[in-house]
Design a protein around this ligand. Structure first.
Ligand code: COA
Length: 256
């Protein structure tokens, strides 16, 4: 497997560790990162040489969302396509035949939270924060979050997170079933690797069958999400929300 820029990968025993590598931008997910993740997760013969995969972030964030400077370029014409690109890559991760564990080391917001949702399991550090703050930009989650979040934590809690855009800490994420385990920050990766060694002793074919059955039986309405995302990219509120973030001020929404 070749080396990438926005993601780094390394082998640790029989685990593939993938690190999101834009720490200066809190690992904001840009088009290049999506393309690189897609390429890596497309190579099944490479992935199948491992017994587990860990996705984590370099620096203080897991990922603080889709890259808002790219997102701000979206229009009513190309917004749905922007959404479909992320949906496609995340679905590929979800369909990976090897268990994928998100080791969430800090902010997991917007597209970063959705990336964690697309992984099979989520382990978090005590400092992790989860949220879908797209509403503060005048849009909605566009990388599968409107579908995966309600499935995982229930419609009521998912709607609360998506409508308010507020963040929850690791403890609440654990009690809501958004994460499987919580560890101290300095232990997160070691404890995740410990779990991966434990997984490596399990019967491979049974694990693959489980992943296949559970992930393929999920029926989602991704296309509706992409279409709504695209429509919202054509609104004044979206222009205001993204501009306000880039200009470091609070947005003033007018419902237009
Ligand atoms: N897209 C693009 N750049 C982002 C980003 C994103 N989603 N999130 C953070 N960054 C960048 C910031 O612009 C800043 O870049 P700069 O140093 O070149 O100005 C850098 O990452 C550090 O972020 P900063 O906001 O200064 O850190 P902070 O600790 O003060 O705040 C957050 C952290 C996560 C609260 C804040 O960065 C934030 O709200 N990010 C956006 C979250 C979001 O709305 N995500 C959903 C997008 S769909």
């Amino acid at each position: 497997m070749k080396r990438f820029e926005t993601i780094l990968w390394e082998s640790q025993e029989t685990t593939l560790v993938i690190k999101l590598n834009r720490p200066d931008k809190l690992n904001a997910i840009n088009a290049q990162m999506l393309t690189e993740l897609d390429e890596l997760f497309s190579d099944l013969s490479f992935l199948e040489s491992y017994s587990s995969i860990v996705v984590t972030g370099i620096g203080k964030a897991f990922a603080a969302g889709a890259d808002i400077s790219e997102l701000a370029q979206c229009t009513a014409e190309n917004g749905a396509e922007f959404s479909r690109h992320g949906q496609h890559v995340y679905r590929r991760i979800e369909l990976c035949p090897i268990p994928v564990i998100a080791a969430v080391n800090g902010y997991a917001l917007g597209g970063g939270c959705e990336l964690a949702l697309a992984c099979h399991l989520r382990f978090a550090s005590t400092t992790a924060l989860f949220g879908q703050p797209e509403v503060k930009l005048g849009i909605i989650p566009g990388y599968g979050g409107t579908q995966r979040l309600p499935r995982l934590i229930g419609i009521s809690r998912a709607l609360e997170l998506m409508i308010t855009g507020e963040y929850i800490d690791a403890e609440r994420a654990l009690s809501w079933g958004l994460v499987n385990r919580v560890y101290e920050s300095d232990e997160l990766l070691d404890r995740t690797m410990e779990f991966c060694r434990y997984l490596a002793q399990k019967p491979l074919h049974a694990i693959r069958s489980l992943l296949h059955i559970v992930t393929s039986s999920i029926s989602e309405n991704y296309e509706l999400e992409a279409q709504q995302f695209g429509i919202l990219c054509g609104t004044e509120d979206f222009l205001e929300g993204t501009r306000a973030f880039l200009e470091r001020r609070s947005p003033v929404f007018r419902g237009k």
